[in-house]
Design a protein around this ligand. Structure first.
Ligand code: APR
Ligand code: PHB
Length: 390
């Protein structure tokens, strides 16, 4: 089999790039180790920067997002003195975010690929990117007992944190930066009316909490929990009782509870792999970087990778200009690290750190009070939350 770009990974990163390139007549083959149903069963975040939304529209996949997604122009921050609204629209100079579940977005991308008869191959095994530094790289995978070879011009590793692509970069080339946080997030999805029209990030002495939503009938809530906790430790009743304790009284009083339709604990980590390219292999999305979800940057930092890679591939195939491909890693990492910074800042400001010395706790509270009292600080937060320019 031969193609121009072989994409490993059928999550949002791989699918979006495949769709964008297809629309420009660039041939791709996408290899996904799971079934479509399995990929769509994953519950992920749901806040889209305006830049991501624009890319989805360019990929002709934005129609349902624009119809069913909610435009949010602000967020709330709850704290021991009450609750403040950060006017994202005002402080970002007129921008906003779209709240639309990643699962639905991934479904839209899969549907678009199927409609355009995109070459998406599921349930592949033992994917191996090969000859990365040659002018003729290739990828092999197993289909049962059969080994299939795909010759290509370029390989894109969009296979997430646990994928094979990053590991294909030689150890003496790859540099990894990681920070693990001493807590996790216990998340619950419930078919209940959201407690607030906009997201509530709550800094509380008992621990962080977040009130989010997928629609007006589907709510998403999180509470910070110790790393040692397991989902079995948390009944629905225990979760709702703890969430209420971490919210302002009037918010807790109007919280609509109900049975969890999904409940899981995720650890929080910051991670970046450099470089994001090696020979003709390019990493995009979670294969190269992970953020704690506090800043809602996960999918959004994948978007800028896809944007840069898409335009670099266009320049190569349409103009014979390889500057974008050569400069991809440096350009992508510059924005990746800004998303890392923002995610670290939100996480550090809003969570309870049991090992903090009292001075650190005072500094943490001061960081929040500075944000809430400074228009310049709100502008900085807003421009990051709605999305820095690509
Ligand atoms: N071969 C083929 N596919 C693979 C392999 C492999 N060896 N390893 C992993 N995959 C697939 C996974 O099954 C998954 O569907 O690659 C896909 C990677 O998708 P994601 O992990 O969703 O990563 P990405 O597309 O970059 O999206 C980033 O997803 O994890 C969230 O918070 C993250 O919102 C962010 C977004
Ligand atoms: C979510 O809705 O899952 C969500 C929203 C905002 C975040 C993290 C998660 O910062």
């Amino acid at each position: 089999m031969k193609t121009q770009v072989c994409i490993i990974g059928g999550g949002p990163s791989g699918l979006l790039l495949s769709q964008l390139l297809h629309l420009k007549g660039i041939d791709t083959v996408l290899l996904e180790r799971q079934s479509r149903e399995y990929v769509l069963s994953r519950i992920r975040a749901g806040v889209l920067e305006h830049g991501f939304a624009k890319l989805m529209r360019e990929a002709q996949c934005g129609e349902r997002m624009d119809r069913e997604g909610e435009i949010h122009e602000g967020i709330f921050i709850a704290h021991d003195k009450g609750m403040d609204r950060i006017d994202l629209h005002k402080y970002s100079g007129g921008s906003s975010v779209i709240v639309y579940g990643q699962t639905e977005l991934t479904r839209d991308l899969y549907d678009a690929r199927a409609k355009m008869k995109g070459n998406v191959i599921h349930n592949v095994e033992d994917v191996k990117p090969c000859d990365l530094t040659s002018a003729a790289p290739y990828v092999t995978y197993r289909d049962g007992d059969k080994v299939v070879r795909i010759d290509c011009d370029y390989i894109v590793g969009a296979d997430g944190f646990h994928g094979v692509s990053r590991k294909a970069i030689p150890k003496d080339v790859l540099r990894e930066y990681e920070k693990v946080y001493p807590f996790g997030w216990l998340g619950v999805l419930s078919q209940t009316k959201p407690v607030s029209p906009e997201l509530i990030y709550s800094k509380n002495e008992r621990g962080f909490a977040l009130c989010s939503l997928r629609s007006q009938v589907l709510s998403r809530y999180y509470i910070q929990v110790p790393l040692e906790d397991s989902v079995e430790d948390w009944s629905d009743d225990a979760f709702w009782a703890e969430l209420k304790k971490r919210l302002p009284g009037d918010v807790a009083a109007r919280l609509v509870t109900g049975p969890s339709i999904e409940k899981s604990i995720a650890p929080l980590r910051s991670f970046v792999a450099e470089p994001m390219s090696y020979g003709r292999l390019f990493l995009a999305g979670d294969s190269a970087h992970i953020v704690p979800p506090t800043g809602a940057r996960g999918l959004n930092s994948a978007a800028s990778d896809i944007y840069y890679l898409y335009h670099a591939m266009l320049d190569h195939y349409q103009k014979g200009d390889d500057a974008g491909l050569k400069g991809y890693s440096q350009k992508a990492l510059a924005r990746v690290w800004k998303a890392q910074r923002f995610s670290w800042w939100m996480t550090t400001m809003l969570h309870r750190f049991p090992a903090n010395i009292p001075y650190d706790d005072k500094l943490q509270n001061t960081e929040l009070q500075y944000l809430l009292s400074s228009d310049v600080a709100k502008q900085s937060m807003a421009e990051n939350y709605v999305g820095l320019p690509f």
